[in-house]
Design a protein around this ligand. Structure first.
Ligand SMILES: [Zn+2]
Length: 268
C-alpha cells in the first residue's frame, strides 16, 4: 500500500474509531494516531530502558517513597486521577525530569540536588504530569515520528515489534514538545500544585535555579524547553491571574520535609 493511501486509511480509521480523541485536559478534539492503550504499552515497555539510560533507580526506599507520595498527591488532582502514575528518582547527574506516555515520570539526582523544597519538587512533577495528562508525547509522536513507525509499533505483534518499541523509546527521550505544549504543561502544572496544596511560587524558584545552572545540557528542562527567562515571564503572569482566585500564602512549601527525605538521603 502506498504511504498516501495508508495515511488516508488511518485518517478514515480515526473518524470511525478511536483515532480522534477528546483531550482530557483541553476538552478539545484532536487527531490521535495512537490509542491510550498504546501509550500505556510504550510507557510500561520503555520505562526500564529510560531507567537504564539515566543511571538506574536511586537505591533508597525512603527517598523513592517520598518522591512517589508527592507525585501521587499531584496525580490525584490531575485530569487523569484514575491513571496509575509512577514517580521514580534516577541516579543521574544531569538536571533533568521527563515523562513517558501512560504515567511514567522520572526525576534525576542532579535535579533533586538543586531543589530545596517539597513544593519545588511538586512543581517539577506537576509539569511532567501535565505532559502525560494532556497526551503531549502521543500527539508529538503522531506528528513527528511518522506514520510508518507509529503503525509498526502500534500494530500487530510482528517479530520486529520489540525493536520498534525500542526505536520509538529512544525517539521519546529526545522528543521536543511545542512551545504551546510547554506553556500548557506549566499552566496545568501550576493548577495541579495549588489543588494539591503547594505554593505555585516554588515553580518560579525552580525556573530561577535552571537559569543559574549552566554546566549541563539536560534532556528535558533545557534542551527541549523554552528559554527559562521566557518561562519565568509566562509563569509569573499565570500566577498573577491565579492569585486573585486562590489565597496562596496558606499553601505548603515543605523545606524541612524535603531536607529530611531527599537531601539527607542523597548525602553519601
Ligand atoms: Zn516540559
Amino acid at each position: 500500500m502506498l504511504k498516501t493511501q495508508l495515511t488516508a486509511f488511518i485518517l478514515l480509521g480515526c473518524v470511525l474509531s478511536s483515532g480522534c480523541a477528546i483531550n482530557p485536559v483541553t476538552g478539545e478534539k484532536q487527531l490521535m494516531l495512537v490509542s491510550e492503550d498504546w501509550e500505556l504499552q510504550v510507557g510500561r515497555q520503555y520505562s526500564p530502558e529510560v531507567e537504564k539510560q539515566l543511571g538506574g533507580r536511586i537505591e533508597n526506599w525512603q527517598l523513592q517513597n517520598y518522591i512517589n507520595s508527592v507525585g501521587q498527591r499531584i496525580a490525584a488532582v490531575s485530569h487523569l486521577p484514575d491513571l496509575e502514575f509512577h514517580y521514580t528518582a534516577l541516579n543521574h547527574e544531569s538536571v533533568n525530569a521527563m515523562a513517558l506516555p501512560g504515567g511514567y515520570v522520572f526525576i534525576t539526582r542532579g535535579m533533586l540536588e538543586k531543589l530545596t523544597s517539597e513544593a519545588q519538587l511538586a512543581g517539577v512533577l506537576a509539569h511532567e504530569t501535565a505532559h502525560v495528562t494532556a497526551r503531549h508525547a502521543a500527539a508529538a509522536v503522531s506528528s513527528q515520528m511518522g506514520i510508518d513507525l507509529v503503525l509498526s509499533a502500534a500494530g500487530r505483534k510482528t517479530s520486529g515489534g520489540a525493536m520498534d518499541i525500542a526505536r520509538l523509546g529512544s525517539g521519546l527521550i529526545g522528543l521536543h514538545y511545542s512551545r504551546e505544549q510547554e506553556m500548557q504543561a506549566d499552566t496545568y502544572g501550576l493548577d495541579y500544585m495549588v489543588k494539591a496544596g503547594y505554593s505555585p511560587y516554588a515553580m518560579i524558584e525552580t525556573i530561577e535555579m535552571l537559569q543559574r545552572q549552566n554546566e549541563m545540557r539536560p534532556i528535558e528542562f533545557f534542551s527541549s524547553h523554552p528559554d527559562p527567562a521566557n518561562r519565568k515571564t509566562s509563569i509569573t503572569s499565570i500566577l498573577e491571574h491565579m492569585s486573585t482566585n486562590v489565597y496562596l500564602p496558606n499553601l505548603n512549601t515543605g523545606e524541612a520535609e524535603y531536607d529530611k527525605f531527599v537531601l539527607a538521603n542523597l548525602v553519601d
